[in-house]
Design a protein around this ligand. Structure first.
Ligand code: CA
Length: 228
């Protein structure tokens, strides 16, 4: 188990099944968030960007197939493993689930040990990504994109590098000079006092609801820890 627990969203409308799953996953060391219909589940996954989704097929609102297709067609969630849960065992449904982009498919009733084993396999298969996420802010250094709750926001390359440096070490305070050197290197013409201007621009771009850069008095700046 990694140091921060894997976060799993379970979208399931049968409350007793949901409770059993949540109880067992939490006991196994996972962090679990729950939704009871397709629409709430979709927005929960988009806002919290979990490591894996357990998705019931028969759901009110949007059904599991529709939720799966929406998650797989959104670049912010397309790599997130999805395990479908269904009471129906017909082969055609299994094929449909997998071609809809689901990574695995479990037929109810299933044992909790089997569920956890399948989750472990799906998490191991998850492609390694360099994406950095703190709260709702996700940076992808491979293509220089910044997303807030799944929506792309525009940053200049200097702003991107400063934010990346802060997000790589949540909780660590950087002086303005350290930030410039780490993010931009020696050859930059950005000077100490410009950092404040760039930080202000980054904060504005991320929006009032996504305050992840804290001012450390007498020192400089730090990124808040992802878990609070
Ligand atoms: Ca159901």
């Amino acid at each position: 188990m990694q140091s921060t627990p894997y976060h799993i969203v379970c979208i399931e409308d049968e409350v007793d099944i949901q409770e059993i799953i949540a109880f067992n996953l939490e006991r196994a060391g996972y962090q679990v968030s729950l939704a009871e219909d397709g629409i709430a589940g979709l927005s929960l996954v988009q806002s919290c960007q979990p490591d894996l989704v357990l998705l019931d097929v028969m759901l009110p609102g949007l059904n599991g197939m529709q939720v799966c297709q929406k998650l797989k067609s959104d670049p912010a969630t397309s790599d997130t493993p999805i395990i479908m849960l269904s009471a129906r065992s017909e082969e055609s449904d299994i094929v449909k689930g997998l071609t809809g982009g689901a990574d695995d498919y479990i037929t109810k009733p299933f044992s909790q040990a089997e569920l956890i084993a399948r989750i472990q396999v799906a998490l191991r298969r998850k492609p390694q990504s360099n994406t950095l996420c703190v709260k709702q802010v996700c940076l992808d250094p491979d293509d220089f994109t910044c997303k807030v709750a799944g929506t792309t926001v525009k940053l200049t390359s200097t702003e991107f590098k400063l934010l990346q440096t802060l997000m790589q070490k949540p909780g660590r305070a950087f002086s303005r000079e350290q930030l410039i050197q780490t993010a931009l290197g020696e050859q930059t013409d950005v000077v100490d006092r410009n950092v404040d201007v760039h930080i202000r621009a980054i904060r504005k771009a991320l929006g009032e609801d996504n305050v992840i850069i804290e001012t450390v008095r007498g020192v400089g700046y730090r990124c808040s820890n992802s878990d609070h």
